[in-house]
Write a protein that binds this ligand. Structure first.
Ligand SMILES: C[S@@+](CC[C@H](N)C(=O)[O-])C[C@H]1O[C@@H](n2cnc3c(N)ncnc32)[C@H](O)[C@@H]1O
Length: 373
């Protein structure tokens, strides 16, 4: 249910979801724990933000000195360019500023920068942010924001859900470090999966129990139980952080049982009591329908749910492909035609198990292999 809400949001191109302070704090703590100097001397760009009240801007401005930042840049997207037209009102902070311009306020984006103790109170924090209107609307694809991207070392944000692919490509083409929020299903996209396979992008530390809560002002479209009118928060499942900054959790191996122990003791009825794991009919691999049922001693290729990625350690496994796309794994052993099944097109995009004369396709599976040192 909550999942389809993200799809609805994407279809309706609703991008107005705001990240909670404690989620940012918890995520960033994981990178700092792994490398306390990860942000030292760095320029951080927070694009797709609303710096006057974004928790990303607040969090990094408040921690500017502790992280040893060189520069913080945060930009917003003009209200008139947003997909969802709200009853836009400039903040008092902006209206009371001598630069306030009643035309520019909704037509142009804004840029906030932080580099030094402007107020002279002996510390660098949120009060030292300097701002002005951008020359354009703050679209991350514009020349103006591209120049800021090129200047930055690390890009951090919750980008518009409807433009996730474009946003990721925009980061990758500039070869930047990043920490961004997106939907786990994005890993099946043909532009995204190669980054995962080639260890150029991985999942971050993650949201509490896989549930992400964002604040939104556009509440009408949600079913009861998904949007909480008291907190103003909407719940999404399957939302995760994507990054190319290292953190400790991805170096913790997954504790697993051997294949024979799984077949004897697995808590999953689909595994326990069977003689062996199912083999795909069209891939040279076995089907492992649950991450905790991955056999520790199997040397061949295994198809596992994409949620495995949250437990993936590159020290323990390598990712060789995905069943959902063209054969990028080299492990595909047959293609179906209409002589095999009327739905051969669908079957060719999946790992397929043959039961008697029936072809049963599985969900998208990552193809993994035990790491050999
Ligand atoms: C998911 S919200 C996140 C906002 C903020 N970063 C946060 O996490 O609290 C994405 C924001 O990107 C803005 N946006 C949409 N299209 C954009 C574009 N082409 N360029 C820059 N920002 C855009 C949306 O208006 C929205 O405010």
């Amino acid at each position: 249910m909550a999942n389809s809400n993200l799809t609805n949001a994407k279809n309706a191109k609703n991008d107005e979801f705001y990240t909670q302070y404690h989620d940012i704090e918890k995520e960033i703590a994981a990178y700092l724990e792994y490398n306390p100097d990860v942000f030292r001397g760095k320029t951080i760009l927070l694009p797709c933000d609303d710096p006057e009240w974004s928790n990303f801007t607040k969090f990094f401005a408040q921690n500017f000195e502790r992280f040893g930042l060189k520069k913080l840049i945060s930009t917003s997207y003009a209200a008139d360019s947003k997909n969802f037209k709200s009853n836009y009102q400039p903040t008092l902070f902006e209206v009371n500023d001598p630069q306030f311009d009643s035309y520019k306020t909704s037509k142009y984006g804004k840029i906030f920068t932080l580099t030094h103790d402007k107020t002279g109170d002996g510390k660098v924090d949120v009060n030292d942010l300097e701002w002005h209107y951008l020359a354009g609307d703050g679209d991350f694809k514009s020349k103006e924001i591209k120049a800021l991207r090129n200047e930055a070392d690390i890009i951090i944000t919750n980008p518009p859900f409807s433009l996730f692919r474009e946003f990721l490509a925009w980061i990758v083409e500039a070869d930047k470090r990043f920490v961004i929020i997106g939907n786990l299903n994005a890993i099946t996209y043909k532009e995204v999966f190669p980054l995962i396979r080639n260890d150029k992008m991985w999942l971050g530390n993650g949201f509490q129990a896989g549930n992400a809560y964002f604040s939104t002002t556009i509440a009408k479209e949600y079913a009861a139980g998904v949007y909480n009118p008291e907190t103003g928060l909407v719940k999404f499942r399957n939302v995760c952080w994507f990054t190319n900054l290292d953190h400790g959790r991805r170096h913790q191996p997954l504790p697993l049982m051997t294949m024979s122990d799984n077949l004897k003791f697995s808590k999953h009825k689909e595994i326990k009591g069977k003689e062996s794991y199912d083999r795909y009919d069209n891939y040279d691999a076995i089907e492992v329908p649950f991450t905790d049922a991955i056999p520790s001693d199997y040397e061949g290729v295994m198809g596992v749910p994409i949620s495995f990625l949250d437990k993936y350690s590159p020290d323990q496994f390598e990712i060789v492909g995905i069943t959902d796309r063209d054969d990028n794994s080299g492990k595909k052993i047959r293609e179906y035609t209409e002589l095999d099944a009327p739905n051969h097109g669908d079957l060719n995009r999946r790992g397929v198990i043959k039961i008697g004369c029936e072809y049963k396709s599985t969900y998208a599976r990552l193809l993994i292999k035990k790491k050999t040192i």
